[in-house]
Design a protein around this ligand. Structure first.
Ligand code: ADP
Length: 384
């Protein structure tokens, strides 16, 4: 059992800087939670408060029903893996993994059993007698994880553990960490600035910006129902396209107008705009992901009421998909289209909007007009 509750957690550093504002999160036993956001948004500070390495200014940190704000790091039953592996260079892999257990004064038999188990889990059995300098970056990171899991901690914390590795190795280690989580079933909190890592690893993701939690949800919900323009732009690659659009009401229909192009909104989205008091002539921000734009003839045929035209400025063939950078009414938008596209640089083309996936943001607040989340839990409560 290892449940965590972060209740109104706040961090003000001694110099007065407010690094974390009112962080609320309930983490279930065995859950894999990711903190993601740009550098400096307060991810590590929050993680370090959970570990006990940083004092909590106010709020409650509860582990398995017990408030642990004032407990020493060593008494919290938490292990942490950092970006720098911090292995002891003069010790072998085995000695590095034994070290925390010796400090904890476990019996020799128990130490041997736990190191053997961790080595097997992480595929380190043939490397146990090597020193860290004779290991690759990925192997060193596995040893660092081994040193954390031998303690059988209630909670495993990871702070950008893969950011020293090259792209290929990062991909492999991501898969290994997922497997490790499956095997151990332990509660994990993982910090990263990389949205791909967050999307692929997490059961739930906490998106942060400027010390504030923006949204907490599953990867799928964050992708589909971002609460504001920040989350919409941060999650997903290539990034969501944003453009100014004017609300145009015609008879009982509502369009978003982009220059000379008019995009018909699905009824639910139109109704929500009205319900929220947005009316004819008002300017909003339309958001559409590159993968929800298409230049395939059958899609253009189907989406007669949702077309925009523009000139192709860059053509990027990626094999499984093709990115077209298209100038639509003075805004450069990215369309991730089928690689069979015949469009090339200089062509004027039409793009079909998959209007089910359109998001609409208020220009001032940048909040998503189509989505509501619970202000305390950050959980999705409505989407149109
Ligand atoms: P992240 O992990 O998201 O990159 P951090 O949690 O490390 O961000 O930092 C959050 C903010 O707090 C940053 O603006 C950082 O400069 C500031 N900060 C971190 N440590 C201290 C400190 N000891 N004193 C004052 N400000 C700090």
């Amino acid at each position: 059992m290892s449940e965590l509750n972060l209740k109104h957690i706040k961090k003000i550093y001694p110099n007065g800087y407010e690094a974390v504002q009112d962080f609320n999160l309930d983490i279930k036993d065995g859950e894999f939670v990711i903190f993601v956001g740009p550098s400096g948004c307060g991810k590590s500070t929050t993680l370090r408060m959970v570990a006990g390495l940083e004092e909590i200014t106010s709020g409650d940190l509860v582990i398995d029903g017990k408030r642990v704000n004032d407990l020493d790091p060593k008494d919290r039953d938490i292990a942490m893996v950092f970006q720098s592996y911090a292995l002891y260079p003069h010790m072998t892999v085995r000695e590095n993994m034994e070290f925390p257990l010796k400090i904890a004064k476990l019996p020799k038999d128990e130490i041997n059993a736990r190191v053997a188990e961790a080595a097997k889990t992480l595929g380190l059995e043939s490397l146990l007698d090597r020193k860290p300098k004779a290991l690759s970056g990925g192997q060193r990171q596995r040893v660092a994880m081994g040193r954390a899991i031998v303690r059988h901690p209630k909670v495993l914390l990871m702070d950008e553990p893969l950011s020293n590795l090259d792209a290929k190795l990062r991909g492999q280690m991501r898969v290994e960490i997922s497997r490790l989580h499956e095997k151990l079933g332990s509660t994990i909190i993982y910090v990263t600035h990389d949205q791909t890592e967050a999307m692929t690893l997490g059961d739930r993701i906490v998106v942060m910006s400027n010390g504030e939690v923006q949204q907490i949800d599953t990867p799928n919900n964050l992708y589909k129902y971002p609460v504001n323009k920040f989350v919409a732009g941060f999650i997903g690659s290539p990034q969501m396209n944003f453009m100014d659009a004017t609300i145009t009401e015609k008879e009982d229909k509502v369009y978003l107008t982009l220059g000379n192009d008019h995009i018909l909104l699905p009824a639910a989205k139109a109704a929500r705009l009205k319900q929220k008091g947005y009316t004819d002539g008002q300017v909003v921000t339309l958001g559409i992901r590159p993968e929800n734009l298409s230049d395939q003839p059958e899609d253009l045929e189907k989406a007669k009421d949702a077309l925009a035209s523009g000139k192709v400025e860059v053509y990027e063939m990626l094999g499984s998909t093709c990115n077209l950078y298209v100038n639509c009414n003075g805004v450069q938008i990215t369309a991730a289209v089928d690689p069979s596209t015949t469009a090339r640089v200089g062509d004027t083309i039409q793009l079909a909007f998959n209007t089910e996936y359109i998001q609409i943001f208020d220009k001032e607040t940048e909040n998503n007009i189509l989505v509501d989340v619970d202000p305390t839990t950050g959980q999705l409560v409505f989407n149109a």
